[in-house]
Every structure is written in structure tokens, then in C-alpha cells.
Design a protein around this ligand. Structure first.
Ligand code: SF4
Length: 405
């Protein structure tokens, strides 16, 4: 990337010293991939997209992006209970007033079921433990009855963008375009974004093709942005733009009524609320530990519910241990000096893979990062109240190895 235009990416750097992060004796520089235009479609909270948005101030005048943490298990269940094609969604329970969120249960083929739970990351109580909320959800009588006699065969987690229309940054800068969830194109009430991600890929390709045919390169693909905002993606997201802020402000029941009414009004070109703001980032929404009650979570029973590390084994995550941690602390003192006294260091709980641990107490407390367990969900990069954790790409393509997720 030069000062004026993005020219490409560098991929696959090897041999960084695990202790210093500097090139070691077996260092191999990454391959440079150059293009007339570079498309970034890294999914939610992409590390390159994050840099591009900051460098070109692309979020100026927009609402902050909002996120949820989605966790999912695949189960093989008793064939007698399996109903291929059945879809179940729930909202709320067991979160209560502690957070917004809900579940999905999809019956696939071969007696498999996807069971997942999403927790909105704007929750205030830093004692909340999203992973344990998911485990608790499976003990609801309806879910427990479905899963009893079955076995969990896979586990994974990923952040989801939820900011929608009002949070979409400017999506082009010189030589680079942001696509899909690098922009945040999930339709929250439909819990669906892949349709818009595909449309954004098509729109970006068409805009780049037209530009190259016209002899251009390395400039802003303004036609791409115009198509996203004015075309099918914009129409899809604009009419549901108030669902998420209403949910955050009014809670589940009132937001269902208000958001539903606004969505229907939008289909005839009207709106009850204009465009509501999200306000704070999810990190800034986190409250102080002393202002909230601790939550008592039942221990996993090992049949329906599992501890984090047992479940992480079912994400088939693997990282070469001989590398610097890809989870970088901007200031290594903050977890113990700031986050622990003020927020009871919530990284211990919001990480769905148990990567972060506080060991010892008082003056002996230390912060440990078990980066090998990371399932690349990006929650720490989003939710750390001090915004001190930077998720970077690990060396050698390590990470979760999801089967059929
Ligand atoms: S370390 Fe961060 S990105 Fe990795 S699993 Fe935990 S919260 Fe997700």
C-alpha cells in the first residue's frame, strides 16, 4: 500500500521469532499479490479492512459497527427425532435482561442438527459469560429432549456484524473496495448476510471490470458503492435499519412490536422512527464489574453441556506453536492493571475458546494468552473494554478446521 493507493496484499510470511516477532533465522518473506484493484472480503472485523477503514477514515459520519457472538455445535441425534428441513428460532432465554440474543436449530441431512446461540456484544454486565449462556440454553426442556441420546460432533464460534445500514462505512478508497461483512451487510431480523455478500462481490467485479476496460486502475470504485447503497443490498438493509437499535434500547418485546411496525411501514416508503442511532461501540457499552451482579452458571454436565476446552477440541483448531502470539496487546499491562479491577477482566468469559486466563491473585496476578486455542471469532478485538487487543493473522494458515460448519 502506498500513501495514495492500495496495491495488493502480502500473504504467507514464515519464520518470525516466537519471542520477538522479528524475522528469525528461517525467515521467508510473504508473497506479494498485486492488483489494479484489491477487494477485501475477510468477514467480520477483518484485520485488513480495519486498517483501511482507519487509514482513510471511512467510518466518519457513520454509526459504530455493532456485533453479536455466534456459537454453534453440530449434533448427530436420534433418527426418530430428526425432521430434515425443520428450522427453529428462539429469542431471549436464558439471557433475560442481561443481554439480547437468541438461538437457531436447523435439522440438516444424515440425522445432523446445527444448534447455535447468538449473544449481542453490546451487553453491559461484564460478568456475563456468553459461552455458558449457550451451554445453559441446551438444558431447556425442548432442546434437551431433542439432543438426549445424541452426540456433539463439532463446535465453532464467529462474530456477526449487526450494525446494518447506518453502520456501513464508506466502502471504497484508492485501489481498494470492502465487500460483504468487511462492510457489515447482515440483515439482522433475517439472521442472514450471505445473499448480500454475494451481491457485493458481483457489484464490485462489475465496477472493476468497467474501470479497467476504461483504462483506469488504483482509484475509487464509486460505482460499486453507489450500487450497494442504491441497489438490492441497500433496499434489503434500509428497511430493517431500526430493528437492532430498538432491540438495544427497548428490550425484546417492545422492539418486536416497534421494529415490526417500522419494517412494514418501510415496505411502503414510510418510517415511524427515521434512522435510529446505535450510539456506543460494543466495547464502550461494557459496564464496571462493581455495578453488576455476578452470574452463577451451572457446571456443564458433560452430556448436553461441555466445558470450553473440551468443545474447542471439536473445532479442530491448530496453530504452529513456534510463532509469536497472533493476539497482540497494545499495552501488556492493561489486562491486570485496568481490566481486572474495573471489569473483572471480561476476556476470561467473552472468549468462546478459553484463550485468556488470569492466573494468581492480587500482586501475583498474571494474564495468559493461550493463542493455540483461538477459533478466530474476533470477539476479543471487538469487546475488550480498553480496546487493547489486536487480532492479527497467525503464521502458516493455522486456525479452526471446521467440518461442514
Ligand atoms: S482469542 Fe479472540 S478471536 Fe480467538 S477465539 Fe478468543 S475471542 Fe475469539
Amino acid at each position: 500500500m502506498t500513501a495514495t493507493a492500495w496495491r495488493g496484499v502480502v500473504a504467507g510470511e514464515f519464520g518470525l521469532d516466537p519471542a520477538t516477532g522479528e524475522p528469525g533465522p528461517s525467515y521467508e518473506p510473504g508473497m506479494e499479490l498485486r492488483g489494479k484493484y484489491v477487494f477485501l472480503s475477510e468477514g467480520v472485523r477483518g484485520s485488513l479492512a480495519k486498517e483501511v477503514i482507519a487509514k482513510y477514515d471511512l467510518s466518519k459520519g457513520k454509526e459504530p459497527q455493532k456485533f453479536g457472538l455466534g456459537m454453534k455445535e453440530i449434533w448427530e441425534i436420534d433418527p426418530a427425532k430428526h425432521r430434515e428441513g425443520t428450522v427453529t428460532h428462539t429469542m431471549g432465554w436464558p439471557l433475560g435482561k442481561n443481554a439480547g440474543g437468541g438461538s437457531f436449530i436447523y435439522h440438516l441431512e444424515n440425522n445432523q442438527v446445527y444448534i447455535g446461540f447468538v449473544v449481542h456484544l453490546n451487553y453491559r454486565n461484564p460478568h456475563l459469560y456468553p459461552y455458558m449462556e449457550f451451554q445453559r440454553f441446551k438444558h431447556h426442556p425442548m432442546v434437551a429432549e431433542l439432543l438426549e441420546g445424541g452426540k456433539r460432533v463439532a463446535y465453532g464460534a464467529r462474530a456477526i456484524s449487526e450494525g446494518g445500514w447506518q453502520s456501513m462505512p464508506k466502502m471504497v478508497a484508492p485501489g481498494v473496495a470492502l465487500l460483504g461483512c468487511s462492510v457489515g451487510m447482515v440483515n439482522v431480523p433475517r439472521i442472514k448476510g450471505n445473499h448480500n455478500a454475494m451481491l457485493s462481490g458481483k457489484a464490485a467485479a462489475e465496477a472493476a471490470h468497467a474501470a479497467i476496460v476504461a483504462g483506469r486502475q488504483g482509484d475509487e470504485l464509486a460505482d460499486y458503492e453507489a450500487e450497494v447503497r442504491g441497489g438490492a443490498i441497500g433496499k434489503d438493509l434500509k428497511k430493517v435499519r431500526n430493528v437492532k437499535p430498538l432491540w438495544s434500547k427497548l428490550g425484546l418485546v417492545a422492539s418486536l412490536m416497534g421494529g415490526g411496525m417500522d419494517m412494514w411501514l418501510n415496505t411502503i416508503g414510510l418510517t415511524a422512527f427515521g434512522t435510529l442511532r446505535h450510539g456506543k461501540t460494543d466495547a464502550a457499552a461494557t459496564g464496571k464489574a462493581a455495578d453488576f451482579r455476578k452470574i452463577d452458571y451451572p457446571r456443564p454436565d458433560g452430556k448436553l453441556s461441555f466445558d470450553r476446552l473440551t468443545n474447542v477440541a471439536f473445532s479442530f483448531t491448530n496453530h504452529d506453536e513456534n510463532q509469536p502470539a497472533h493476539l497482540k496487546l497494545k499495552d501488556p499491562t492493561i489486562p491486570i492493571a485496568v481490566n481486572l479491577p474495573q471489569y473483572d477482566e471480561p476476556a476470561q468469559r467473552y472468549c468462546p475458546a478459553g484463550v485468556y486466563e488470569v492466573l494468581g491473585e492480587g500482586a501475583d496476578a498474571t494474564f495468559r494468552i493461550n493463542f493455540q486455542n483461538c477459533v478466530h471469532c474476533k470477539t476479543c478485538d471487538i469487546k475488550d473494554p480498553s480496546q487493547n487487543i489486536n487480532w492479527t493473522t497467525p503464521m502458516g494458515g493455522g486456525g479452526p478446521n471446521y467440518p461442514n460448519m
